[in-house]
Write a protein that binds this ligand. Structure first.
Ligand code: BEZ
Length: 208
């Protein structure tokens, strides 16, 4: 059955480069950036793993734990991490799942037979502390992901949760946010005493 936004992320127990993890327990009160990649010792994946490692502080500032996955073994992952650290000038410290039996990749529909029967495509799942899937993105093997967008969307999700707002196209932290149509003007005046701009009855901006 297909996974959907708003559903509980399937739980699992699996070997990683940092020992066995029990997924939900490991997430704890954090958010999770769970991402798959096709294979170790490949060029695009090397840059993505390096970028995730370089952004460790930014993920931590958003209370978000990165978790990688590929269908290679822990031994291969550990050898490859040395290459990632060397070539991307970083120190990779987050766990990478060794999904050698494709158990998790199948649960999360990360293997798309049109691309490969064994390698995972570039899937992204953003999972919240309630273990709900909040965002899914799928990239092909040939295209590396945009990590600015990954950080931006985590920030947007956390902002919409905290303030009960929505975010416009290309929103980034500090920009105006949108008051959802379900909130009346009367309610909006109470909820956002700083005021709001009504461009149309359904398009209202405020600052937070
Ligand atoms: C890569 O990560 O570079 C890659 C992996 C599989 C197919 C193409 C590129």
């Amino acid at each position: 059955m297909s996974l959907r936004i708003g559903e509980t992320a399937p739980n699992f127990e699996i070997e990683t480069t940092q020992g066995t993890i029990h997924f939900h327990e490991w997430i704890g009160d954090s958010w999770c950036f769970f991402f798959s990649h096709p294979a170790d010792f490949t060029p695009v994946c090397t840059t993505e793993m390096g970028r995730t490692a370089q952004l460790a502080q930014e993920f931590a500032a958003k209370n978000t734990k990165p978790l990688g996955l590929s269908t290679d073994s822990v031994e291969e992952h550990n050898k490859w991490i040395l290459d990632v650290n060397e070539t991307q000038k970083t120190t990779l410290e987050f766990p990478i799942i060794a999904d050698v039996n494709h158990k998790i990749a199948q649960k999360y529909e990360m293997i798309h037979p049109g691309e490969s029967n064994t390698a995972a495509v570039r899937s992204v799942f953003i999972i919240d502390p309630n273990k709900k899937i909040r965002l899914m993105m799928t990239y092909p093997m040939s295209v590396g992901r945009n990590f600015d967008e990954i950080l931006r969307v985590i920030q947007a999700l956390q902002t919409t949760d905290k303030y009960g707002v929505a975010t416009p196209a290309d929103w980034k932290q500090g920009d105006k946010v949108i008051i959802p149509p379900s909130v009346t003007n009367e309610e909006a005046s109470k909820k956002f005493p700083q005021g709001f701009d009504e461009i149309k009855p359904y398009l209202r901006y405020t600052t937070i």
